[in-house]
Design a protein around this ligand. Structure first.
Ligand SMILES: Cc1cc2nc3c(=O)[nH]c(=O)nc-3n(C[C@H](O)[C@H](O)[C@H](O)COP(=O)(O)OP(=O)(O)OC[C@H]3O[C@@H](n4cnc5c(N)ncnc54)[C@H](O)[C@@H]3O)c2cc1C
Length: 351
């Protein structure tokens, strides 16, 4: 299912690019359509699961009857359903410390893109302007085609039109203004959601982005959802109740919170922080951190690589002053056909 993989991935502030690679590990991308078709193939096996596409859920409520015990009533535009367990992966809105907002275009640039086609550009052209921190995510597919994605960390969820404008300006800045656009995508992902979770009826589990799948400090969710789905499915197969996403460990939660708050308070220094991580932390350690496998030594190396003063200032847990912006991660997402990209992961993890 993997469309393409790269042995190297790049962090670049425009001055001193850092290419990371770890033996045996690759950065991979999967097409959303391939992922969707693969899942449907499994779902549609005879006798397994019935898939109803195009049905909208409008509400969930707990119900009880003497004959059946506790159940969940699901209101849909195709009529009501009653279930013992419901796993709800609809997008949820809520405030967040930052929003990762991006708009990308897969372009045929005819060879004009000045980026090596054997290196995935995770964070290139990192910079800060009056609107905050921004970078460009580049996946070079061939010598003449690439996904170029303008990305901002913003205190508020940016509109699709603003993001598209910034993406087009970025394409022009890269000399790709005349490229043929093959496909577009955009998204707004909450980083560090907070606030009171909505009341969940008994028998309902919230999962996916709305259920805490997104890693606060990176916005990565895909691999975490895969791990959760395997665990949840094996529980259901054993006759047990479904579960939501596991909470991250306390050290990771605190590091993610502090890191996000520093990015929020000092966007002008954010390129410096990411370049410090890329140049002072080994690729192996940084990869383990990004993929939720960091050891205590990895965490210590990360902390030691960063400037101390801005991070010390964020040590006390706070969040009270956070703007109450709402997340809307799905507004224009053409799911399930949007490209689901698998950020830094190993080949073994991908399957
Ligand atoms: C363009 C884009 C690129 C991304 N790239 C990456 C990446 O490279 N790596 C990464 O880790 N994460 C990435 N993400 C984050 C991404 O959000 C997750 O990887 C993942 O797709 C989220 O899964 P989910 O199941 O929570 O939500 P979704 O995949 O959005 O699924 C939610 C589903 O609920 C359905 N739905 C919504 N409302 C209703 C309703 N009322 N009734 C019934 N159904 C409803 C929707 O149609 C949709 O099918 C990306 C996101 C976007 C938008």
């Amino acid at each position: 299912m993997v469309r393409q993989e790269w042995r190297l991935w790049r962090f670049d502030d425009g001055a001193s690019p850092r290419d990371h690679g770890v033996p045996g590990q690759t950065y991979q991308t999967i097409r959303g359509l391939d992922f969707c078709n693969d899942a449907r193939h499994v779902i549609e096996r005879p006798g397994s699961v019935e898939l109803q596409l195009g049905v909208r859920v409008s509400g969930l409520r707990a119900v009880h009857s003497d004959a059946c015990g506790s159940r969940v009533a699901v209101e849909t535009n195709a009529g009501p359903l009653v279930a013992r367990h419901v796993i709800d992966t609809r997008p949820q809105s809520g405030p967040a410390l930052l929003f990762q907002c991006f708009a990308g275009a897969e372009v045929n640039h005819g060879g004009l893109l000045a980026h090596p086609h054997d290196v995935a550009g995770l964070m290139t052209r990192m910079r800060a302007d009056e609107h905050g921190f921004a970078f460009t995510y580049v996946l070079p597919f061939t010598a003449t085609t690439a996904l170029v994605e303008f990305t901002r960390f913003s205190r508020r969820a940016l509109s699709p039109s603003q993001l598209a404008q910034e993406r087009d300006a970025e394409l022009c800045a890269l000399g790709l203004g005349m490229s043929r656009v093959v496909r577009e995508e955009h998204g707004v992902l909450p980083m560090g959601s907070y606030g009171d979770p909505a009341a969940v009826p008994a028998g309902v589990v919230i999962a996916g982005n709305g259920g805490g799948a997104i890693r606060p400090s990176t916005g990565y969710a895909f691999m975490r959802i895969q791990r959760w789905a395997l665990d949840c499915a094996s529980r259901l197969a054993r006759g047990a109740a479904p579960v939501g996403h596991p909470r991250d460990g306390v050290v990771q939660r605190q590091l993610d919170r502090i890191f996000l708050q520093v990015l929020r308070e000092t966007p002008e220094r954010t390129p410096e922080y990411f370049m410090a991580l890329a140049s002072r932390v080994s690729p192996e350690r940084l990869l383990r951190f990004l993929t939720d496998r960091a050891t205590p030594l990895d965490m210590a190396a990360l902390v030691a690589s960063l400037p101390i003063v801005p991070f010390l200032k964020q040590l006390p847990a706070s969040g009270a002053d956070v703007a109450a912006d709402s997340s809307q991660s799905g507004a224009a997402r053409s799911h399930p056909v949007t490209a689901a990209r698998l950020r830094v992961s190993s080949a073994a993890h991908a399957r």
